[in-house]
Design a binder for this molecule. Structure first.
Ligand code: NAD
Length: 364
């Protein structure tokens, strides 16, 4: 199985290298037969070659079995004409990674900031919505007719709404069988009306899954007040981006939130957070988000290829992270601990080894 690793900018190289260490450990202990191929992207590549995301890297991703993308500092990239291509948006469009799956789960022994514990997954549409870089075949979805007027186009299609709803209901069948659609159809009546029309159509196909709807503004409050009432939440691109950061911070920290971007043929693991330039290069970043994203990728590969060992690798990561987070002595600073990125990774390696040994069948 070939994985492409794209370390990215800011804290990206630190947390990517921590994640690759964990993957290598699982590769050895579970004989996964994984090969990792690293490509530089982002600001370092821009300085050297005039582009943040060369075409050859896109092609390497297209032919790989999975991708691990570190966070990128795309807010500081120059325009596309000057080489500033956002690798995250580009990969989502080019490989049709339409479903951004973003779980948020509070953990026993770790403080959560919402009023109730939570265990929910935000399923965010990834290929259209209010993202001007993915709304047009050619050109940008933002315009400036005069220096004082700016317009931005939000695209919603029936096909993309239907397939993201389908992904949400399929996921709900593996969980507590509840889907909530989040929207603002009281104001953006036409576009969110279309999103809801398709989601309701899918809901009828899943009579075993309960379905309700929530306006996005009150959803922001409900996440703080009673997030325990949600299981799978399906929504359009920008609402999903914002609500998932809120949910993961409320569950304990943005640094704990794994995610994948999945399509029908490709999958990319990517932390929910950004490149955190304020702490880059200081050994202070929490690598958990990217490591849990890698666990989700292993699980996706396990289902796609019928490889149980990959699913076992994913579970080993998730349970070992939970063990470390229970104890303040094995946490990073963003969750009230003192371990640096490297020390946390070493502790995680030890825990994965310990748990892996405990899971082996006894020989007696
Ligand atoms: P951010 O997520 O990078 O940081 C927000 C806050 O959370 C910061 O205080 C940061 O230090 C902290 N933080 C984030 N990840 C952390 C981690 N793993 N461990 C500990 N603390 C962590 O958001 P931002 O500051 O708004 O954006 C910075 C850059 O990231 C921008 O260029 C933005 O465009 C980019 N960005 C990239 C992605 C992506 O690559 N997927 C997503 C969001 C933002």
């Amino acid at each position: 199985m070939r994985l492409v690793i794209l370390p990215g900018d800011g804290i990206g190289p630190e947390i990517s290298s921590a994640t690759v260490e964990i993957l290598q450990l699982l590769n050895e202990t579970l004989s996964l037969d994984l090969a990792c191929d690293t490509h530089e992207i982002g600001l370092a590549r821009l300085g050297r070659e005039g582009t943040t995301f060369p075409m050859e890297v896109l092609e390497a991703c297209r032919s790989a079995d999975g991708i691990l993308l570190g966070p990128v500092s795309h807010a500081t990239y120059p325009s596309r004409a000057e080489g500033g291509v956002n690798p995250s948006g580009e990969l989502r469009i080019q490989l049709d990674l339409y479903a951004n799956i973003r779980p948020s789960r509070s953990r026993q022994g770790l403080p959560h900031w919402g009023r109730t514990p939570m265990d929910l997954v935000i399923v965010r549409e990834n290929t259209e919505g209010f993202y001007s870089d993915r709304n047009m075949f050619w050109g940008s979805g933002e315009f400036m007719p005069t220096p004082d007027v700016a317009l931005s186009i939000r695209k919603v299609t029936s096909g993309s709404s239907y397939r993201i709803a389908k992904a949400a209901f399929e996921l709900a069948r593996t969980r507590r069988r509840k889907v909530t659609a989040v929207h603002k159809a009281n104001v953006v009546k036409v576009s969110d009306g279309l999103f809801l029309r398709e989601t309701r159509k899918v809901a009828l196909e899943y009579p075993d899954v309960s379905y309700d709807e929530q306006l996005v503004d009150s959803m922001a409050a409900h996440l703080v007040r009673n997030a325990d009432r949600f299981d799978v939440v399906v929504t359009t691109n920008m609402f999903g981006d914002i609500l998932s950061d809120e949910a993961s911070e409320l569950s304990g920290s943005l640094g704990l939130a794994g995610s994948i971007n999945a399509g029908d043929t490709h999958c990319m693991a990517q932390a929910q957070h950004g490149s955190a330039p304020d702490i880059a290069g200081q050994d202070r970043a929490n690598p958990t988000s990217l490591i849990l994203s890698a666990a989700m990728l292993l699980d996706w590969l396990a289902h796609k290829h019928g490889q149980d060992a990959y699913a076992r690798g994913g579970r080993l990561i998730v349970e070992s992270v939970d063990v470390l987070l229970k104890d303040p002595a094995t946490r990073t600073p963003d969750v009230g601990g003192r371990l640096g990125t490297k020390a946390f990774t070493t502790a995680l390696i030890q825990e994965i080894r310990r748990l892996g040994d405990a899971w082996k069948p006894s020989r007696s």
